[in-house]
Design a protein around this ligand. Structure first.
Ligand SMILES: [Zn+2]
Length: 65
């Protein structure tokens, strides 16, 4: 959470924590390594902040194991 990295985050341009990236059945999701925001992959090297619906606020990482 530094000032420098937050600039890209402010522009909604995030970078995931690689080891935390998971496939949720539709898209790759993870947390931003800079600001910690929940993000999802939108394309090659394009990660955007996830829009969290109120329905899933209790389950940040759904795992059906
Ligand atoms: Zn970020």
């Amino acid at each position: 959470m530094s000032i420098v990295s937050s600039i890209t985050c402010f522009l909604n341009w995030h970078e995931p924590v690689r080891r935390d990236v998971v496939w949720n059945g539709r898209v790759y999701v993870g947390d931003c390594s800079h600001c910690g925001a929940p993000i999802q992959r939108r394309g090659r090297r394009v990660w955007r902040r996830r829009k969290d619906g109120a329905a899933h606020s209790n389950a940040p990482t759904p795992s059906s194991r």
